[in-house]
Design a protein around this ligand. Structure first.
Ligand SMILES: NC(=O)c1ccc[n+]([C@@H]2O[C@H](COP(=O)([O-])OP(=O)(O)OC[C@H]3O[C@@H](n4cnc5c(N)ncnc54)[C@H](OP(=O)(O)O)[C@@H]3O)[C@@H](O)[C@H]2O)c1
Length: 263
């Protein structure tokens, strides 16, 4: 008798790191449930993965920046008899600008997506994993999670939440058969900066962006080996681990320099 590979629920699967994660999971024989707002790219990806790798792929189009989104996703899985053993909270957005000049509603939707829905999905799917004593959660944070981020203040703060939340729960889950991995990518070549209107950021002008496929492969391996924090790339690794040795005001000033708008 062959045991079916664990089924993956993956948010933000229509582009960037999420799309590459979907490909990586499919290559490794995992059935998938793909979530994002835009249905067409999800359906095209589902067909491609099913034909190429022979894995079943379900699609659910949903705006995860609304308070009821997490329970809609949970109901969709239950209604379709989908047992989720791997939850990947990847969907996330940024927004570039000075906090006091930005649209508050947009910032609140970002918090809803990056923080609230991620928390709710984790809370909804963990109990059944614990009963089965089998499960993996991958939270996509960022290297932004370790420092304050002038020009993207709310985004950086949401990612700090994701890192601290994940590390705390990873500790609570020890010995249960369920683990949480927090992936902290640095600059990655996706639609993220364009969607965040961050084209003028000094960081983007100088960054050596990592291919999304490399980040996804790294995240998959870290998840499967149940690592708690995973930082792809040695420059990112050094940055994340060096900030603790400097005074916070210096770290914030360097962060401001990296994100300031340049022509
Ligand atoms: N790119 C980087 O440099 C970088 C660095 C560190 C961390 N990250 C993190 O990586 C994750 C993935 O981002 P990415 O770089 O791959 O960007 P991306 O290419 O823009 O992908 C974002 C994904 O999230 C989905 N999404 C956005 N808003 C949504 C909503 N309201 N409801 C449901 N799905 C939504 C998008 O699909 P739809 O638009 O179809 O909904 C898309 O599939 C994010 O959490 C981001 O913070 C990115």
């Amino acid at each position: 008798m062959t045991t079916m590979n664990p089924t993956v629920l993956l948010t933000g699967a229509s582009s960037g790191i999420g799309r590459e994660l979907a490909i990586t999971f499919a290559k490794n024989g995992h059935p998938l449930v793909l979530i994002a707002r835009t249905e067409l790219p999800l359906r095209q990806l589902a067909t491609e993965l099913n034909q190429k790798y022979g894995v079943p792929v379900e699609v659910f189009s949903c705006d995860l920046s609304t308070p009821e989104a997490a329970s809609k996703v949970y109901d969709f899985c239950n209604d379709n008899g989908l047992q989720i053993d791997i939850l990947v909270n990847n969907a996330g957005v940024g927004d570039y600008g000075l906090f006091y000049e930005m649209d508050l509603e947009k910032q609140c939707r970002m918090i809803q997506l990056n923080v609230m829905t991620l928390t709710s999905l984790t809370h909804l799917f963990l109990p059944a994993m614990l009963v089965r004593q089998r499960g993996y959660v991958l939270q996509v944070a960022s290297i932004a999670s370790v420092l304050p981020g002038p020009w993207m203040a709310v985004y950086y703060a949401t990612k700090a939440y994701v890192l601290h939340f994940s590390e705390a729960i990873a500790n609570e889950l020890k010995g249960t058969g369920v683990s949480i991995t927090c992936l902290c990518p640095g600059g990655t070549a996706t639609n993220f900066f364009q969607e965040a209107n961050a084209g003028k950021s000094a960081f983007l002008k100088n960054a050596n962006l990592m291919p999304a496929a490399v980040v996804a492969e790294f995240g998959y391996k870290a998840l499967m080996s149940r690592k708690t924090v995973a930082i792809p790339g040695w420059v990112n690794y050094c940055m994340v681990n060096s900030v603790r040795f400097f005074p916070r005001n210096i770290v914030t000033r360097v962060s401001q320099q990296l994100s300031r708008p340049v022509q």
